[in-house]
Structures are given as C-alpha cells and as structure tokens.
Design a protein around this ligand. Structure first.
Ligand code: CA
Ligand code: CA
Ligand code: CA
Length: 354
C-alpha cells in the first residue's frame, strides 16, 4: 500500500531543543558505548584489535573539565578527527581552550598533554542539521606507536553500505535505550548507511537549512516494520542487521563510523519523534534515548576530504619533544564528576499534522 509519508510529515515550524555538552554534575564519568540490538557485553572492543586509534578525550575551559568526547586518529599519527560541537557552544563559537586525549592500548592507557590546538570547520555554525560538525585536534606530539592510524573514506558510494559505528558513550539494548554506567568501555556495532540529510527536507522540521549531501544517516532497526524509521518517514524500508545492529548514543559524539576500515563518518546527532498519544512514529518508546526507531546522523567525511587533507599535508605547529604522559595524570575522580557527556540531541521533533 502506497503511503505518502512526505505529505503526512510536511515541514513543521516547531522549535527544537538542543542539548549540547549535557552536564551530568551528579553522575560519574561516562560509560559504555553504542546501543545495540543484542547484549552490549558482546560488543565491547578489546584493546589491540584495530580500533586503538578510536580515542576518548576530555575538554577544558579555563582549567575546568567540561565534557568528554571521542575521535579517530588520522594517518599521520598527529591529528584526531572529531565533532565540532564538542568544542563549541550552540552558536558554533569555540568555548573550550584545551583538550587531553586518551589512548587505551593493550595493558596501558596513555593520556596526552593538554593542547589548545584544534580547528573547527569554517562552515560550522552550531546548527547540527546545517552540517559541517567536524574539527581537527592537533596533538602536542605524535600519538603512541601502538595506536592505530586511519585513512579517511573518499568514495561517494556510502549509502546502502554497512558501516562500523564505534564510541565510548552510553550503551544498552535498543529496547531500553542508552543506560548510564560508570565503566569506560569502547563498543562497536554495525548499521547500514541509509540516508542523506536532503532526504529529510520537508519531512522533519529544521532540515530547511541543511547542506545537501554533507551527512550520513542511519536508523536503529529491530527487524520490525513499525520501528523502521526510514521506512516510515522517507519510504526507504530496511529492517536492519539483526543482532549486529547498533546506533551511537550520548557520550559517543565525535566517534567514527568506518567503511572498509576508513573513517567515513563522525558521530554528530540523533533525532527522533518520541511516542505520544495519536502520533505516528517509529520510536519504540516515549523517550529520546537512542532506542529502536531513532535516527543517527554522522558528518560525512568524504565530502570534506579536501579540508581534512589540508591539515595532514601541513607540518605540525608544535615542538615535538614533549612526550606523552601516563595515566597517572588522569584528572582525579572529584574532577571527573564534573565531566558531562557530549552529544547533541533533540528532545522532540514534531511533524506537522499529527
Ligand atoms: Ca538501520
Ligand atoms: Ca531501517
Ligand atoms: Ca526512544
């Protein structure tokens, strides 16, 4: 039966609530990562298995710890690709002055000295759907030898392909959504890249100013048609990858999605249309919690390759020589309590006429 989704979900003028750098003053440090269709424990990534270049980092402002985010170490071993919103306010203005990167390697964690050298994409304006949510951090010295380095994905055939979604953020099962935890674990799961932001023009509000082709969308499927977000909203049905399916969550911002072992996406934001009486939605529940039926968008790396390459061909601006410091320099627990998660989420996107 044909169903005119776009007519039913035409442009709405309702405003979004964005939560940047969610402060969790009473919650200990962040947790697992990537919400999955199966048992989260089956998706923990051990050190030494090729994903040691997926890093976590802390941001600081005026010496105070602010948020935690993720990134991917680029081929040169000196720079980390991440999301711009980890380092700016909601208007796109830089409001962090330092970051410190952690490499979890077999048997040890290496924390780099704090650096203030990071660059936000010039087109980033704080509007997630507009796109360009990408930044490059320059380390003070080369990353530890054992950390994996990654090429960026340069093809334009991402849609329809299966990516590997990685991060240190909250984990859980898609029936319940992301759960808080005090463990720091890296998780990885899969999802099929299924949409561009252009596909949501006229479907959800606030895509009006999107930059076509600059993001990669994927939905969190449980195999049930009624929770197939892309099937419902943009008439692109696909029931997902069974137990291998996953989506990123709070705390995964800046982490990578890989295609062929290359960085194809950088985790940017989630959207959903939580259950309300009388509302047609794919979301399995009434919360914006990275559950089944929600949608994720990565910044699309391939279309920004030239900008990323411009850093890799530059000589580092720092004096190499300062070596990395060990895990003893991790901020004390009291300080970690102030660290928030870093993921921009919409609490509600309300299609018109529902
Ligand atoms: Ca999917
Ligand atoms: Ca789907
Ligand atoms: Ca939900």
């Amino acid at each position: 039966m044909a169903y005119d989704v776009k007519a039913a979900f035409s442009v709405a003028a309702s405003s979004l609530v964005l939560a940047f750098s969610i402060g969790l003053a009473t919650t200990p440090t962040t947790a697992h990562a990537v919400v999955v269709a199966g048992d989260p424990n089956d998706f923990v990534v051990p050190a030494g298995t090729g994903l040691d270049g997926v890093v976590r980092y802390h941001t600081y402002s005026g010496g105070k710890a602010k948020t935690k985010c993720n990134g991917a170490l680029l081929k040169g071993g000196r720079r980390v690709l991440t999301a711009a919103h980890c380092l700016t306010d909601s208007k796109g203005q830089v409001d962090r002055d330092q970051v410190s990167v952690f490499f979890d390697l077999p048997g040890q964690t290496v924390q780099t000295p704090r650096t203030g050298k990071f660059t936000i994409h010039p087109n980033w304006n704080g509007d997630l759907q507009h796109g360009y949510d990408i930044a490059v951090i320059e380390l003070e010295s080369e990353a530890p030898e054992g950390a994996d380095r990654y090429e960026i994905y340069r093809g334009n055939d991402e849609i329809g392909r299966t990516g590997e979604v990685v991060g240190y953020g909250r984990s859980g099962n898609g029936n319940d959504g992301a759960q808080r935890s005090s463990d720091i674990k890296k998780h990885a799961a899969k999802n099929r890249l299924g949409a561009l932001p252009d596909d949501f023009l006229g479907v959800f509000s606030n895509f009006d100013d999107t930059s076509p082709g600059t993001q990669l969308g994927f939905d969190f499927d449980n195999g049930d048609e009624k929770n197939d977000a892309f099937g419902l909203y943009i008439d692109e049905p696909d029931l997902g990858l069974g137990e291998e399916e996953g989506i990123f969550a709070v705390g995964d911002s800046g982490g990578p999605t890989f295609l062929d072992g290359q960085v194809a996406g950088i985790h940017s934001y989630l959207i959903t249309n939580p259950q309300r009486p009388g509302r047609e939605t794919s979301d399995i529940d009434e919360f914006h919690n990275a559950s089944f039926g929600e949608i994720a968008f990565d910044t699309r790396v391939s279309v920004l390759a030239e900008w990323i390459d411009s850093f890799e061909t530059e000589q580092p601006t720092a004096d190499p020589g300062e070596d990395t410091v060990d895990v003893a320099d991790v901020p004390a627990p009291g300080m970690l309590l102030l660290l928030g998660f870093c993921l921009a989420i919409f609490t509600s996107i309300r299609p018109k006429n529902t």
